[in-house]
Structure formats: structure tokens, C-alpha cells
Design a protein. Structure first.
Length: 419
């Protein structure tokens, strides 16, 4: 099968999650991704939260499939020479080191351009260049706080109030996906100009980009003083900042997570129920409440909002003898937007996800095999084949040979502990 990114050579100088998620996706689509890792230890995630002793942890295997691994100590003169050779012969270098690390290593953007003017350098940092926090090292949850997600997620009152972190990797994988778009854009640009360029995505910016509708709400709040689709409206007061909206969240469609049969013992016996304006009439039919369609207290979103929690309570009453699956099976017949709250266990075993390749099993030399999340992007002419993550340094000698090193030179690099 033709893989569109075949022939693109990527130096993968990434670690942890943000960078590896980006390069993994490019590898799925055909790029030759060579992960450059420190000899002896490699990417820190190889040993983080191991489920099997002395075997690469799932954190690593799930973010580094389809890559090759080269160990290289880029702080030695010999290691620097190898990296220089790689830069000459590659198209893209991706890195997510702490601020300034690449410069300290001797590979500033200026130096990289000298070595290969066609090189695309793609970087993830916590904050953008010139930002007052540009010197900070940043992890996932820090980015969620810096990019607006934490201040707008969670409960606004009660014991559980306070900014809340999402379990989704809004800071890490999300930033990596933005970077992948940047890399491909720069690559297409290079076909037009013959020149590489530096592409940078700050985690703060990538989170903010996902919080666009919350910025919309800030602008509306500044003008109007209230947000009519938030649970605070109309009974509570608004301050001058966008409040957390509990399970209303998102883009501002009125909806909530509602209990179904069995919620007392099953932490995921819930569905998400949206009361979209256009779905109101079928919702009334599905719930057996046709009178709501013509009742002035229920007819419009504006009329419903003051007692929306009572409406949800009525729907919860309707749900109490139905499992989440039964409820969705009824509601789908009426074209009502809704979904069960799926647990990770349910997703892992989901037949549809396995059939579509969104959940895949991958054979691995040391683990036997592992389950992982496959490509969320589907093509008509490309079915990404997910292959195992590499062992540390598995491809060192092969990559060096491809770079033109002789067996003696490779042995000398090993002896110098440069690889
Ligand atoms: N050979 C020699 N040295 C290497 C090397 C190699 N193959 N790979 C990395 N190093 C060195 C770096 O040059 C750096 O050296 P220096 O700081 O002495 O100049 C050192 O390893 C540490 O790198 P750093 O990236 O700063 O690691 P860290 O563990 O201290 O910080 C992060 C981790 C993730 C916080 C930091 O990398 C970061 O903020 N990255 C940008 C934002 C990001 O991507 N965060 C999310 C990660 S999911």
C-alpha cells in the first residue's frame, strides 16, 4: 500500500508525550522516523509506570510505534558528528526539549540551517518564544492551567469547586497534533520554495486553541454580563470571568450527564443528554411528554433555561429503569444527540473500535503483544499498519550503516560510548 509520507526522513528528538504523539502519527502514514535517545536510559517513559518488570512501559509503547530507535549521546563530539550527518540527510527534526536545550547542545536553528537549509525544525515548548514564561519547563497539567482549560472545567460551587484538569491530553497529544499539521504545512511550503523553516507550537497556545469557545464566552460576558446557556443563568450572579459550567461545558449546547439504571454501583452508568433546540420536539416524543411541545414554559430554549435542572431531573426519572445502552437505543430512534459514558474497559473491548482500527493489538518482541490506540484518521486509500515500538537502540547499527559508517567506525562509536 502506498503510504503518502514514504520518503520523508524525520529525526525524532522527542520524549514523553507531546513530541512522540506527533512523530508517531507521521510514522503511521509512512515517514521514516528515527527516534534519537540517550544511550543507557532512552526516553524516560520507557521505564515509567512499568506493568511488566524490565520491559518497556505502555506509556512508551503506545506513543512510539512504527519508529526506529538510535541511541546517541549528543553531548559527545562523536555523537554531535553523527547528528550533523543525520541533519544533512533528513527532512525534518522534531524536538520537545526544555527551553534552550537544543542551543546548549550546539544545534541552534541558525546552525541547523547552515548544515541543511532545507531542514524543517519542529519544536514543542510550554510557552511561545518571547512569552514572559518562555523559560519554563511544562508538562500536561501545567499547560491545561496555562491555556484556559482548567479555569473553565469543573464545578463552580460546592466542595468540588475549583479549577479542574481534564483526563484528555489537551496539553500533550493535542500539541503534538498541532505540530504535525505545522510540519506537513512546512513540508508542502518547502516543495514550493526549496527552503526549510522552523515550526513551533506552544502547549499553552494549543490548549487555548481548544478553548476557543470559552474565549468567545469571555467576549460575550464582557458585552452582555451574563451567559444564558450556563447553569448559573438566571438564578446566580456572574462575575467578570467565564465561570466553570460543570457538565454543560463545551460549546454551550444545553446538556448534562444523567444517571441511568445501576449508577449506584457502576461509576459509568450515565449518558450525556443534549437538549438541542432542534431536537426538542423528538425529545418530548421519546420521553412521552408531548405536552411539553406546546407548553410556553418548555417551548423555547429561553423558556426552558430557568428550570433546566428540573427538566434533567425528569429525564433522569425516565432513565432510572433503563441501562445506558437501552436509553441510547431508544433515543437514537428519535435522532436525539446522546451517548453512553464509556469506561476505558468498554472502549478497549469495543468491537466497532477494534474493527475500524481505532484499537489495535501489536506484536512486540519483549511484551508478547500490546493493545494500543490506532489512527483516529481514516483514509479511503491508506490503512495505517501499526507496528511495535522499537527497543532502546534496536536500530543503532543499521541507521549508522545507512549514514555511511563502516563496521569499524560503528565499533569505535560504541567504544567511545557515543551510541
Ligand atoms: N544525548 C545527550 N543529552 C541529551 C540527549 C541525548 N540523546 N537527549 C536529551 N539530552 C539532554 C538535553 O540536551 C538537556 O540537557 P541540558 O539541559 O543539560 O542542556 C537534558 O537532556 C534535559 O532535557 P530536558 O528536555 O530539559 O528534560 P527534562 O526531563 O529536564 O524536562 C520536560 C522534561 C518535558 C519538562 C521538558 O523537556 C520540556 O519542558 N519540554 C518542552 C515542553 C514539553 O514538550 N512538555 C511536555 C512533555 S509531554
Amino acid at each position: 500500500m502506498n503510504k503518502p509520507l514514504n520518503g520523508i526522513k524525520i529525526i525524532d528528538f522527542t520524549h514523553v508525550q507531546a513530541g512522540p504523539a506527533c512523530t508517531q502519527m507521521l510514522a503511521w502514514f509512512g515517514a521514516d522516523v528515527i527516534k534519537v535517545e540517550r544511550p543507557g536510559s532512552g526516553d524516560v517513559t520507557r521505564s515509567q509506570l512499568r506493568d511488566i518488570p524490565n520491559v518497556d512501559a505502555l506509556y512508551f509503547t503506545m506513543l512510539n510505534s512504527n519508529k526506529r530507535s538510535l541511541t546517541l549521546d549528543t553531548k559527545t563530539a562523536e555523537g554531535k558528528a553523527v547528528l550533523e550527518k543525520m541533519i544533512k540527510e533528513s527532512d525534518v527534526m522534531v524536538e520537545n526539549f526544555g527551553p534552550g536545550a537544543l542551543d546548549r547542545m550546539g544545534f541552534s536553528w541558525e546552525r541547523i540551517q547552515e548544515i541543511n537549509p532545507k531542514m524543517i525544525l519542529a519544536s514543542v515548548k510550554g510557552f511561545s518564544d518571547g512569552h514572559e514564561y518562555e523559560d519554563l519547563k511544562v508538562y500536561e497539567n501545567v499547560a491545561q492551567c496555562a491555556g484556559g482549560a482548567a479555569s473553565t472545567t469543573g464545578w463552580w460551587k460546592g466542595e468540588q469547586s475549583g479549577p479542574m484538569i481534564s483526563a484528555a491530553a489537551l496539553g500533550d497529544t493535542n500539541t503534538g497534533m498541532h505540530l504535525a499539521i505545522g510540519i506537513l504545512t512546512a513540508y508542502i511550503g518547502r516543495q514550493q520554495t526549496g527552503k526549510g523553516q522552523k515550526v513551533a507550537v506552544a502547549m499553552q497556545d494549543a490548549v487555548l486553541n481548544l478553548c476557543r469557545v470559552k474565549m468567545r464566552d469571555q467576549l460575550r460576558l464582557d458585552t452582555v454580563g451574563y451567559l444564558e446557556e450556563y447553569p448559573q443563568y438566571p438564578h446566580e450572579t456572574f462575575s467578570d470571568v467565564v465561570p466553570r459550567g460543570g457538565n454543560a461545558g463545551g460549546g454551550g449546547q444545553p446538556g448534562w450527564i444523567l444517571k441511568c439504571k445501576g449508577w449506584e454501583t457502576d461509576p459509568n452508568a450515565y449518558i450525556y443528554f443534549t437538549i438541542q433546540g432542534q431536537a426538542w420536539s423528538p425529545i418530548c416524543d421519546a420521553l412521552g411528554k408531548p405536552e411539553w411541545k406546546t407548553d410556553p414554559l418548555y417551548m423555547t430554549p429561553k423558556a426552558r433555561q430557568p428550570h433546566i435542572m428540573d427538566i434533567f431531573a425528569t429525564i433522569e426519572d425516565w432513565l432510572k429503569d433503563k441501562t445506558k445502552y437501552e436509553a441510547v437505543d431508544i433515543l437514537r430512534k428519535f435522532d436525539i444527540p446522546c451517548a453512553p459514558v464509556f469506561s476505558m474497559k468498554e472502549l478497549l473491548h469495543d468491537k466497532s473500535l477494534r474493527a475500524s482500527g481505532s484499537i489495535v493489538e501489536v506484536p512486540h518482541k519483549e511484551r508478547g503483544s500490546y493493545w494500543t490506540v490506532g489512527s483516529p484518521i481514516k483514509f479511503s486509500d491508506l490503512k495505517p499498519e501499526i507496528t511495535a515500538s522499537p527497543l532502546l537502540g534496536e536500530h543503532t547499527d543499521g541507521v549508522l550503516a545507512e549514514l555511511g559508517y563502516s563496521a569499524e567506525q560503528i565499533a569505535a562509536l560504541h567504544a567511545a560510548k557515543a551510541v
